[in-house]
Design a protein around this ligand. Sequence first.
Ligand SMILES: [Fe+2]
Ligand SMILES: [Fe+2]
Length: 140
Amino acid sequence: MSSVDMLIEKLNQALAFELRAINMYAHYAAYVNGINRIHLNPLFTTEATESIQHANIVRGAIVKLGGICVTERHASEIVHTEDYNEMLKFALDTEKYASELYHGILKSVEQIGDDELFDSIEGIYFSELRSIEEMRMLIQ
Ligand SMILES: [Fe+2]
Ligand SMILES: [Fe+2]
């Protein structure tokens, strides 16, 4: 497998994981209740929107590299809960895993020497890191 093919495969894993994140955050935005809904409904909605934007960037990269984008979401379970603290813990797990995926992608992009792609993936990576810190601070 060529290094470009390996990169396309990693990008598709990230795309599938963003598609999962869109569903997870939209689900939690719908179910978060009580006084915490005031803050967490907008937070989860923002994260869902951010995941759509990340998916778009990753899709664009796959197309540019001549690959075919996945359309199915990553298979890892989205756990239903109405406990906001559990939602935040699942959000933290999601952001951690996403940041690991993008960290791996950055290493592969470095190998093929595409600076523009590196910058756009690095932007996503930093936003996952920011979300990790935010979820960490919010978990009680
Ligand atoms: Fe993301
Ligand atoms: Fe994220």
